[in-house]
Design a protein around this ligand. Structure first.
Ligand code: NAD
Ligand code: TYD
Length: 351
C-alpha cells in the first residue's frame, strides 16, 4: 500500500493568535466555538464581512470572551488583510459565497469573493513569514460528480457549477502559492455539512424549517441525487487535525462516507417532525445538478480522524436544534425565502 504523507512535526495552537475568515457563517462559527473550547489560551481574530450569510447571532454566546476578536471586513480589502495578517500565526480560510443556486443566478460575487478574495489572502500570506500555516477550506464539489467510486485528492478537478468552479480556482491558486512561493498552505475538501447555525437556504435547514411551518419542501428533479452528509462538528475536528498534523502543500478530503438520496433525507425530516410526506413537492431540477459527490478519506484517516456522529443521530440532533432555536432562524428566514421565490420564478422563465 502506498504510504500517505503526514507532517513530521505537530503544529501547536495554544497561546497562538489564529485568523478565521468567514467565522460568522455556518462552519466558521462552529469552528470558532470548537477552537475556544479545545484551547484555553488560543486567541481568535474573526474576519467576516457579514454578508446575508454571516450572522453575529451565531457567536452570541462568545461575545464577551476576551480570546475572540471580531472584525467586520472584506477579505478583498488588501490593506485590512495585510494589517490583520501581521498579528497572527495561523489562518483558517472559510469566507466564501457558498450557495450553488445563487451562483447559477449570478456568478459574479463567487468569482470576486472565492477566487479574488483568496488571492488577496494568499498575497498577504507570502508577505507574512511568521504565519506558520494557512488552511484553505475548499470543497468536495471541486471534483464534480461521479456515479460510482470515490475521488482521491490526486484526481483532476472537474467542477460543474459556478460555485464549484470558483472554489476550484481558489483551491489551485492556494496550491500554486505553495509550489511557487513556498507559502505554508494546506487544503481541505469537505463534503456536505449539516448541523446548527446553517443558513436556511441550504437543503437540510430549509426543509426542516419549511416543514415546521407546514410549507412545501421543494425537492429538485426526482430527488435521487446523492450527497455524503458530514456533521459540522466532525468537519471542525478534521480541519483542526489537518492544521495540526497535515503536510503543507497537500490536500485532504473530508467525508463521512454516509451517502443519502435527497428524497430519503426529506422523508426522514418529515418523519422526525411528525409531518406528512405530502409536504414534499417535486420541482424543476437545478441546472447542471451534480448527481453524486463521494470522496476517499484514507489520507485524513491516516492522520487519526474518524467521524463521531452518524447521520441518523446527527440529523435527529440537528432537527431538535432548529426546533429549540426557532428565534435564531425566524430572524433570517424571510430573507432566505425571498431568494427562494425569486429562484423559483427564474426557473419558471427558463422553461
Ligand atoms: P456560509 O455561507 O454559511 O458562510 C460564509 C461566511 O463568509 C459568512 O459569514 C459571510 O459573511 C462570509 N463572507 C462572505 N464573503 C466574504 C468576504 N468577501 N469577506 C469576508 N467574509 C465574507 O458558508 P459555510 O457553509 O459556513 O462554508 C464555509 C466554507 O466551507 C466555504 O469556503 C465553503 O465553500 C466551504 N464548504 C462548505 C460546505 C457546506 O456544506 N456548507 C461543504 C464543503 C466546503
Ligand atoms: P445544497 O444544500 O444546496 O448543497 P449542494 O448543492 O452544495 O450539495 O443541496 C443539497 C442537495 O439538495 C442538492 O442535491 C440539491 C438539493 N436541494 C433540493 O432538492 N431542494 C432545495 O431547495 C435545495 C436548496 C437543495
Amino acid at each position: 500500500m502506498k504510504k500517505v504523507k503526514t507532517s513530521r512535526t505537530e503544529r501547536r495552537f495554544d497561546s497562538k493568535t489564529l485568523l478565521v475568515t468567514g467565522g460568522a457563517g455556518f462552519i466558521g462559527s462552529n469552528f470558532v466555538h470548537s477552537m475556544l473550547k479545545l484551547y484555553p489560551n488560543v486567541r481568535i481574530v474573526n474576519l467576516d464581512k457579514l454578508t446575508y450569510a454571516g450572522n453575529l447571532d451565531n457567536l452570541a454566546d462568545i461575545g464577551c470572551d476576551p480570546r475572540h476578536e471580531f472584525i467586520r471586513g472584506d477579505i478583498r480589502d488588501r490593506e485590512l488583510v495585510q494589517n490583520t495578517f501581521e498579528h497572527v500565526q495561523g489562518v483558517f480560510h472559510f469566507a466564501a459565497e457558498t450557495h450553488v443556486d445563487r451562483s447559477i443566478v449570478d456568478a459574479g460575487e463567487f468569482v470576486l469573493t472565492d477566487v479574488f478574495g483568496t488571492f488577496v489572502l494568499l498575497e498577504a500570506l507570502r508577505r507574512s513569514p511568521q504565519v506558520e500555516f494557512f488552511v484553505h477550506v475548499s470543497t468536495d464539489e471541486v471534483y464534480g460528480s461521479r456515479d460510482k467510486g470515490f475521488f482521491k485528492e490526486t484526481d483532476p478537478l472537474n467542477p460543474s457549477s459556478p460555485y464549484a468552479a470558483s472554489k476550484a480556482g481558489a483551491d489551485r491558486l492556494a496550491h500554486a502559492y505553495f509550489v511557487t512561493y513556498g507559502a505554508p498552505v494546506v487544503i481541505v475538501r469537505p463534503s456536505n455539512n449539516y448541523g446548527p447555525y446553517q443558513y436556511p437556504e441550504k437543503f437540510i435547514p430549509l426543509f426542516v424549517t419549511n416543514a415546521m411551518e407546514d410549507k412545501p419542501l421543494p425537492l429538485y428533479g426526482k430527488g435521487t441525487n446523492v450527497r455524503d452528509w458530514l456533521h459540522v462538528e466532525d468537519n471542525c475536528r478534521a480541519i483542526e487535525l489537518v492544521a495540526r498534523r497535515g503536510a503543507l502543500g497537500e490536500a485532504y478530503n473530508i467525508g463521512a462516507n454516509d451517502e443519502r438520496r435527497n428524497i430519503d433525507v426529506a422523508r426522514r425530516i418529515v418523519k422526525l417532525l411528525g409531518k406528512s410526506r405530502d409536504l414534499i413537492k417535486f420541482v424543476p431540477d437545478r441546472a447542471g445538478h451534480d448527481r453524486r459527490y463521494a470522496v476517499n478519506c484514507r489520507k485524513l484517516r491516516a492522520l487519526g480522524w474518524k467521524t463521531e456522529i452518524a447521520f441518523e443521530e446527527g440529523l435527529e440532533k440537528t432537527v431538535s436544534w432548529y426546533v429549540e432555536n426557532e428565534s435564531w432562524w425566524r430572524k433570517i428566514k424571510e430573507q432566505s425565502a425571498e431568494f427562494k421565490s425569486f429562484y423559483a420564478e427564474y426557473y419558471k422563465d427558463r422553461k
